[in-house]
Design a protein around this ligand. Structure first.
Ligand code: TA6
Length: 316
C-alpha cells in the first residue's frame, strides 16, 4: 500500500475561460472543484492506476468536509486528522484558452496547533506500518515547523516504509537532510539546494543539473528526479542518470503533472518494475494528466497509449 500525507489539503478549483482579462470581471465558462493538494493528487492517481492507497494528513472546517466527501465518492481510503483550526484552503487555477496560460492562486492554509502535529505524527506512524511507501507531498501550512518533514521521514523509515518527498523551499531544504528514498525537486529548487551555487551554471545547463542530481544521490537519496515541465525530466535512480523526453500531447492543464509522476513512479516501483520502466510509466502518467482539465486526474488507457512515446536516454 502507498500512504500519502497531505499537510495542506485543498479544494482545487479550476476555472476555464476563453480569455482571462486582468482588472476586469471575468465570466467563468467551466468550473471544476475537486479534493486537492499534492498528496491527495498522488493518492487519486495511484488509485486510478489500480494500486491500494491510504490518504492521510489534516482537514479543517466545511472545506475539509468537502475534501473528505470527495475522496469517499472517488473510493479513495482516507484517514485525515480533523483540525479545529479554521478551514482547509482553496487553490485556484485559472486557465485562459486564448493563450493556454494557467495561473494558480494558492492560499496558505489554516494555522495548525502542536496538538494537530502530534495527531498527524500518530497517523503517519500507524499507516507507515501497513505501507511500503509513504509519500509526503506539498507545502506546510502556517504553524508547522519548516523541518516537520524531517520528523515524518524518520517515522516512515522507522516503520520500514520508503519516504517519497515532494515539496519546495525551506521544507525541501530541511527534508533532504533526512535522506528520503525519492525526491522530485524542479530545476529551480534543485539549484536552491546547492550550497556552493557557483557549481551551478545557467539553469538550462544539463551537466549542472546532472551534477546536482549526482550530489544528492551521493548523500544517500536513491531516486532524484528533476522535472523539466513538458520536455520531461532528468533523473538519477540508484546511481545511474537518465534524460527522459516526454511525449508531445494536447495540453489542457499542466497542474498536477508532478503529483501524477510521483504517484506512477511509486506504483511502478511497488510493482517491482526496473528503473527505466518506472521512469517511462511515471512520465506517461504525467503527460496523461496534462490532457485532462483537472489536477490529479488521468485516463489509464491514455497512460498505456503514451508509454511507447516516452524516450529515455542514459546519462551514465
Ligand atoms: O501540484 C498541483 C497542486 O497539488 C494543486 O492541485 C494545488 O493543490 C497545489 O499543487 C498545492 O501546492 P502546495 O505546494 O501549496 O501544496
Amino acid at each position: 500500500m502507498i500512504t500519502t500525507v497531505t499537510m495542506n489539503a485543498a479544494i482545487d478549483k479550476t476555472y476555464v475561460l476563453d480569455a482571462f482579462q486582468r482588472s476586469a470581471a471575468n465570466r467563468v465558462q467551466t468550473m471544476h472543484a475537486l479534493a486537492g493538494g499534492k498528496g491527495i493528487n498522488v493518492a487519486r492517481v495511484a488509485h486510478t492506476l489500480g494500486f491500494p492507497v491510504m490518504a492521510t494528513g489534516f482537514i479543517a472546517g466545511n472545506n475539509g468536509a468537502f475534501i473528505q466527501n470527495d475522496l469517499v465518492k472517488a473510493g479513495i481510503s482516507n484517514d485525515f486528522h480533523r483540525s479545529n483550526a479554521g478551514e482547509s484552503r482553496l487553490c485556484l487555477n485559472i486557465i485562459s484558452r486564448a493563450d493556454g496560460s494557467s495561473t494558480e492562486l494558492l492560499e496558505p492554509g489554516p494555522t495548525l496547533t502542536p496538538e494537530d502535529l502530534q495527531q498527524i505524527k500518530n497517523k503517519v506512524a500507524h499507516w507507515a506500518k501497513h505501507s511500503k511507501i509513504v509519500a509526503l507531498s506539498g507545502s506546510l501550512p502556517p504553524g508547522v515547523p519548516h523541518d516537520f518533514y524531517v520528523e515524518l521521514i524518520a517515522i516512515a523509515k522507522q516503520h520500514g516504509a520508503l519516504a517519497f518527498l515532494d515539496t519546495s523551499g525551506e521544507a525541501l531544504k530541511a527534508g533532504v537532510t533526512a535522506v528520503p528514498y525519492f525526491m522530485k525537486p524542479n530545476e529551480h529548487e534543485v539549484k536552491a539546494l546547492l550550497e556552493d551555487a557557483d557549481e551551478f551554471q545557467p539553469l538550462s545547463e544539463e551537466p549542472s543539473l546532472l551534477a546536482c542530481i549526482r550530489k544528492l544521490m551521493d548523500q544517500g537519496i536513491a531516486c532524484v528526479v528533476v522535472t523539466l515541465g513538458e520536455s520531461g525530466a532528468l533523473a538519477g535512480i540508484n546511481g545511474r542518470c537518465y534524460r527522459v523526453h516526454a511525449p508531445k500531447v494536447d495540453v489542457l492543464n499542466v497542474v498536477g503533472c508532478g503529483d501524477s509522476f510521483v504517484a506512477a513512479f511509486a506504483v511502478a516501483h511497488q510493482r517491482g518494475w526496473d528503473d527505466e520502466r518506472c521512469l517511462r510509466y511515471a512520465t506517461a502518467t504525467a503527460s496523461a494528466n496534462a490532457m485532462t482539465a483537472m489536477a490529479g486526474v488521468v485516463d489509464p488507457v491514455q497512460v498505456d497509449l503514451l508509454l511507447n512515446q516516452v524516450v529515455i536516454e542514459s546519462r551514465g
